[in-house]
Design a protein around this ligand. Structure first.
Ligand code: GLV
Length: 337
């Protein structure tokens, strides 16, 4: 497909940065592009985003901006959307590919940091860390008792991983090598024998994973196929002593069903970094003691967020200046350009 450039020949490409970002990233982008930023981090409505995207060749997005057929039809000049996230369920990739718009994401740079956080959430959930801290801060710690905040063991237990991409493998390595856990996983495709050996992980069916895991971590991408992959029926298969950790995406877990299961103590506890319809959180989760909640921060360390922002910006430069993006999601677009 050919693109309207809507700018005079030789003019610098125009780029929209949809959210506030490190100032040095804006500076880098300004070396190459005419940049409209949102350093005030205003909450743009969809209409506003669409209006601002008109006439831009590139967009720096952060995972919250939906790029679909409607946006693409309204913005025929658009050539690339660079997501500052590894997940890209805010992109309609089929529509972007059909419109000849390149999509990029930020894999690899966040793998280890996100795996660290998955493990932190698992530990906090199994050992009731936030619940006990709230108790202490509320001045309720009057005396020690034998079962005070007694949780579940992590070391030596069975770690289940649903979704065994790079982050899932990072969590498996931490569990197997650091905590002597037995690792089982389920994934759309099985890992190579070499990778399985490196992660000390055994492939099992989803049912077996649910039944056997002491701690189940979700690290699969969100798609219509993974919507409510964990609902009431799946939770019913889990052990009453099991924990469930979601660092993947809201919508993979049926949050209403999970809240009910946690209330009825059908599983021991959950750790959630992502929520259906976030930043709203299902009200049934908010007043439960046996759930650890965090606001979608699994990749949030200063060096990693900077590396993600750099990679998104580098993708814009590499593609709009040199025609060679670094981490394309739909490289078919390049073959047609
Ligand atoms: C964060 O959720 C990401 O996809 O990078």
């Amino acid at each position: 497909m050919t693109h309207d450039t809507d700018s005079p020949p030789g003019a610098r490409p125009r780029v929209l940065v949809a959210r506030a970002i490190f100032p040095e990233i804006i500076e880098t982008l300004r070396k190459h592009f005419e940049v409209e930023d949102n350093q005030a981090d205003e909450a743009w409505s969809r209409e506003e985003l669409l209006a601002r995207l008109k006439g831009k060749q590139g967009a720096f997005t952060t995972g919250g901006e939906r790029i679909d057929a409607e946006v693409l039809a309204a913005c025929p000049q658009l050539r690339i959307c660079a997501n500052m996230a590894v997940g890209y369920n805010n992109f309609d990739i089929q529509a972007m590919t059909a419109a000849g718009v390149l999509a990029t994401n930020t894999p690899d740079v966040l793998t280890e940091t996100t795996a660290d956080f998955g493990f932190a959430l698992l530990m906090a959930t199994a050992r009731r860390l936030t619940e006990s801290e709230h108790f202490l801060r509320a001045g309720r710690w009057g005396k020690w008792s034998y079962d005070m905040f007694a949780g579940q063991d992590v070391h030596g237990s069975t770690l289940g991983i649903l979704g065994m991409g790079r982050i899932g493998q990072g969590i498996a390595r931490r569990g197997a090598h650091g905590f002597g856990m037995k690792v089982i996983y389920h994934n759309r495709s099985r890992l190579s024998p070499e990778l399985e050996a490196e992660c000390k992980a055994s492939y099992v069916s989803k049912d077996e994973l649910l039944r056997r895991a002491d701690h189940l971590v979700l690290v699969l991408p969100y798609s219509p196929q993974s919507h409510h992959a964990i609902g009431a029926a799946e939770i019913a298969l889990m052990k009453p002593t099991a924990t469930l950790v979601n660092i993947a995406r809201g919508g993979i877990v049926d949050d209403a069903a999970l809240a009910q299961a946690l209330r009825e103590k059908r599983i021991f506890a959950a750790g959630l970094d992502v929520f259906e319809g976030e930043p709203r959180v299902h009200p049934g989760l908010l007043d439960l003691p046996n759930v650890v909640l965090s606001p979608h921060i699994a990749s949030a360390t200063v060096p990693t967020r900077l590396a993600m922002a750099r990679l998104a910006a580098d993708n814009l430069v590499a593609f709009l200046v040199r025609g060679e993006p670094l981490t394309p999601i739909n490289p078919q677009v390049l073959a047609r350009a």
